[in-house]
Ligand binder design. Structure first.
Ligand SMILES: C[S@@+](CC[C@H](N)C(=O)[O-])C[C@H]1O[C@@H](n2cnc3c(N)ncnc32)[C@H](O)[C@@H]1O
Length: 320
C-alpha cells in the first residue's frame, strides 16, 4: 500500500488533502510557503470540508484519466499565467481589466486554451486557498445544516459542480436543480455527477438566469438558492440579484459567495469590500440574514481592506 504522508504542519489533514498538496508541491516546490500560510490554523471543520473537496478532485481525476499532477500543473498555470497578470493590472489601475461580457467571452469562455486550465485550477484552489475553502466550509457546515429538510434547491452557475456535491452530501433536499448558461459547464457538471453515481439526483439544465423562461416557469419556487462566484462575472449584477429574489419562495434563502478585490480575466463587477457586497444585495430587495468575510491567506480583514487584497464575501439573504 502506498502511504501518503500528512504534511507535518497540517495536523489533521486527510489523505486526499495530502495527495493534492503533494501533487502541487511536486510541480511547484516554491509554492509550499503559500500553502503553509493557507493551512495555518484551519479548524477541524475546515479541514474536513477541505478533505471532501480534495476527495472529489481525486475521484474526478481517476474517472477522467487526468492525473492529480496534471490538475496541479493547471493550478500553477492559473496562479502564474492567468490570475497574476490581472493582479498586477488591478494593483496599478485600481480596477478590473475587462468590463463587458463580449470581451470575457472572447478572451476566456470561448477560448479552450484558457478555459480548461482555468476551471481545473479553480477546482484545486477550492481546497488550497484559505478564502475559497472557508467559503465552501460556510456553505457545507453553516448554511446547509440550517436549511429546512425537504426543500427545493437550485444552484445557478454550478461551473465545476463542487457546491452541488456538497449540497448532496450535507443537505437533505426533496429536489435539486442546476442552471448554467454554458454548455461546457452543463456537460462538466453532468459528468461529475455521473462519476459520483448521482446523475438522477440533480436536474441540470442549460438556462440563462436572465432569460424570461427562467422566471415565468419558476417564480417563488426555490427554498434555497446558491449563487457562488457568478455575480462578479455579470454586466448587470443588479438585475441578477432581483431575479434571484423573485425565484425565492416566501421563506426561501439565497447563499451568495462573491469576491471583493478578486481580479481575474472574466471578472467584470468590482466590489471593494464586504460592505459593498451587502449594499448590492439589499438594493435588490433582499434582507441580509447572515454575513461572513474570508480574506486571502495570511491577511486580516483590516489589512485586506487597506491593501485591496481578495476577500470572499459570503451572504445569506431572504426576500425583504
Ligand atoms: C466561476 S463559475 C462558478 C462555479 C461555482 N459556482 C463556484 O463557486 O466555483 C461561474 C459559472 O456561472 C455561469 N454563468 C454565468 N452567467 C450565467 C447566467 N446568466 N446564467 C446561468 N449561469 C451563468 C458560468 O457559465 C460558469 O459556469
Amino acid at each position: 500500500m502506498i502511504e501518503t504522508p500528512d504534511p507535518g504542519f497540517v495536523q489533521g489533514a486527510g489523505p486526499a488533502t495530502s495527495a493534492v498538496w503533494n501533487s502541487v508541491v511536486s510541480v511547484w516546490p516554491e509554492h509550499e510557503k503559500f500553502l503553509r500560510a493557507s493551512f495555518a490554523g484551519r479548524s477541524p471543520d475546515l479541514l474536513d470540508t477541505t478533505e471532501v473537496i480534495a476527495d472529489l478532485l481525486a475521484r474526478v481525476s481517476r474517472a477522467s484519466g487526468k492525473s492529480l499532477e496534471s490538475f496541479a500543473a493547471d493550478y500553477r498555470h492559473l496562479c502564474e499565467k492567468i490570475v497574476y497578470p490581472e493582479e498586477l493590472h488591478f494593483a496599478r489601475e485600481g480596477r478590473y481589466r475587462l468590463t463587458t461580457f463580449a470581451e470575457a467571452d472572447r478572451e476566456v469562455y470561448s477560448n479552450p486554451a484558457v478555459m480548461g486550465p482555468y476551471m481545473n485550477g479553480l477546482f484545486v484552489s477550492d481546497a488550497l486557498w484559505f478564502n475559497h475553502a472557508s467559503a465552501m466550509n460556510d456553505f457545507a457546515k453553516v448554511y446547509l445544516p440550517r436549511a429546512a429538510p425537504g426543500g427545493r434547491h437550485l444552484e445557478i452557475g454550478p461551473g465545476h459542480g463542487m457546491l452541488l456535491h456538497l449540497a448532496l452530501r450535507f443537505g437533505s433536499f426533496a429536489s435539486l436543480a442546476a442552471w448554467d448558461v454554458s454548455e461546457t459547464s452543463v456537460r462538466h457538471v453532468r459528468s461529475v455527477l455521473a462519476t459520483l453515481g448521482q446523475s438522477d439526483r440533480v436536474d441540470v439544465r442549460l438556462m440563462d438566469l436572465a432569460s424570461d423562461r427562467a422566471l415565468t416557469e419558476n417564480r417563488g419556487r426555490f427554498d434555497t438558492i446558491v449563487f457562488s462566484e457568478v455575480l462578479e462575472h455579470l454586466e448587470r449584477p443588479d438585475l441578477a440579484l432581483e431575479r434571484i429574489r423573485d425565484l425565492l419562495a416566501p421563506d426561501g434563502t439565497v447563499w451568495i459567495n462573491v469576491p471583493a478585490n478578486g481580479p481575474a480575466p472574466d471578472h467584470l463587477y468590482l466590489l471593494r469590500s464586504p460592505a459593498e457586497a451587502e449594499e448590492a444585495v439589499r438594493s435588490a430587495g433582499l434582507e441580509i440574514v447572515r454575513a461572513a468575510a474570508f480574506p486571502v491567506a495570511g491577511a486580516t480583514l483590516d489589512r485586506a481592506l487597506r491593501k485591496q487584497l481578495p476577500i470572499s464575501c459570503v451572504l445569506t439573504a431572504k426576500r425583504a
